[in-house]
Design a protein around this ligand. Structure first.
Ligand SMILES: *Cc1c(COP(=O)(O)O)cnc(C)c1O
Length: 352
């Protein structure tokens, strides 16, 4: 018998998350993972490696709580936002319960659920990439967690606050609503944090991977009321954060680090506006969708051809043609001025 056949049936059936790194490519312009183009610089201040780290490093928890405008008891730090997704599923879903999410959206909700043997329900976003609330309400039976990504990856759309509030009211007492705010630093006024006071079943996912330019660090957070956080504390690994990660995260969350992040956001927003305008002027572009993140979703006349042509030139974008309703669409991370110009010039050179 093959060893793989000894693995659980749901793992045998699982298609792993197609991360940008797993998809490969060889290039010098990487605009496929919504990373920041340049690395910030840090020195380690803690060199005690023989001892286990603090389970929830106080310096990280306290500074993130202050930054997010909550109390330390409302924060749990995880190995990237991705670990938060899995912790929530492991902690809240019985084997016969389901999660619900709204495609096209982030792929990890489904992958984490399938890994845990939890079934998934999908209610597609509407044509303008908003929640289909009546259909969600019809599907609520047996749903224990609803994942909503806002700004949504890959569409860039903010989900209307009024709809999120209706969703929270509709699910009160029966399910957890997870709002994934991985990109919230690019539109900070849209955060749902003020609603934590009103909704004990709201959980908010955050990360240092995007606006904080620290995807390599693997550091994320869940914000929620203390009772929900305490449930997650029960299932998280004993020492999830390596000493160097906690060290650098704490530095990045000092006032200076936050100011640097806000400066980066400003620059990315200006570059996004410029890239959007340049894309809209190209005849092979059909639509550039409005975005509140550090990326643009673009519909081309022939998306596959565009993706392959740029790939062959070492410009690596994120193909979305398999995502629900996103035929001919490509997601482009906002890069440096030079990288964005490389994209525009490569597109100009394509003969239709
Ligand atoms: C990047 C991202 C995350 C979390 O990424 P980590 O690197 O694991 O922190 C979560 N949700 C969405 C929608 C993302 O794009």
């Amino acid at each position: 018998m093959q060893i793989s056949q000894l693995s659980r049936k749901n793992i045998q059936a699982l298609t792993p998350y197609q991360s940008a790194r797993r998809l490969g490519g060889s290039g010098d312009v990487w605009l496929n993972a919504n990373e920041y183009a340049l690395s910030p610089n840090f020195d380690l201040s803690n060199r005690t490696f023989n001892r286990y780290p603090e389970a929830q490093p106080e310096a990280v928890i306290n500074s993130y709580a202050q930054y997010a405008g909550v109390q330390p008891e409302n924060v749990i730090v995880t190995r990237g936002g991705d670990e938060s997704i899995e912790l929530l599923i492991r902690a809240f879903c019985e084997p016969d319960e389901t999660i619900l999410y709204c495609p096209p959206t982030y792929g990890m909700y489904a992958v984490s659920a399938e890994t845990c043997g939890i079934a998934t329900k999908t209610v597609p976003l509407t044509a303008d990439f908003q929640l289909n609330l009546p259909e969600i309400e019809r599907q609520l039976d047996n749903v224990k967690i609803l994942f909503v990504c806002s700004p949504n990856n890959p569409t860039g759309t903010l989900i209307k606050r009024s709809d999120l509030l209706k969703l929270l009211q509709m699910t009160a007492g029966r399910a957890i609503v997870v709002v994934d705010e991985a990109y919230i630093e690019f539109c900070p006024d849209a955060t749902m944090v003020p609603e934590l006071a009103n909704y004990p079943h709201l959980a908010i996912i955050r990360t240092l991977s995007k606006a904080f330019a620290l995807a390599g660090l693997r550091c994320g957070f869940t914000l929620a009321n203390a009772e929900l956080i305490n449930v997650l504390q029960k299932v998280i690994a004993p020492y999830p954060l390596p000493v160097p990660v906690a060290d650098i995260a704490a530095q990045a969350l000092q006032l200076q680090g936050i100011a640097q992040m806000q400066q980066r956001v400003k620059e990315v927003l200006a570059l996004r506006a410029e890239l959007q305008k340049n894309l809209e002027n190209l005849p092979l572009v059909e639509t550039v969708f409005a975005s509140d993140g550090n990326y643009l979703l673009v519909k081309f006349k022939d998306g596959q051809k565009v993706f392959k042509t740029l790939w062959d030139q070492g410009i690596i974008l994120r193909d979305q043609h398999k995502a629900l309703g996103l035929n001919n669409c490509i997601r482009i991370t906002i890069g440096t001025q030079t990288e964005n110009n490389r994209v525009i010039n490569a597109l100009k050179a394509i003969i239709e």
